[in-house]
Design a protein around this ligand. Structure first.
Ligand SMILES: [Zn+2]
Length: 57
């Protein structure tokens, strides 16, 4: 029966769409655009503390 095949395919398509959607969101947030929550200065993604105010990131 045709519907027996189309339903799981639709579910797989939704999962793939959700995963790729999250990746697109991450792609629009490059690491260099991260900001300190304390002083709002730009900080690198791999920095553990903010060099401007000492806030732990
Ligand atoms: Zn800071």
């Amino acid at each position: 029966m045709f519907l027996m095949w189309i339903i799981p395919l639709l579910l797989i398509g939704l999962v793939v769409y959700a995963i790729s959607g999250n990746n697109l969101v991450n792609a629009f947030q490059p690491a260099s655009n991260r900001a300190c929550p304390q002083c709002k200065q730009a900080v690198q993604n791999d920095w553990k503390t903010c060099p401007h105010c000492g806030q732990t990131l």
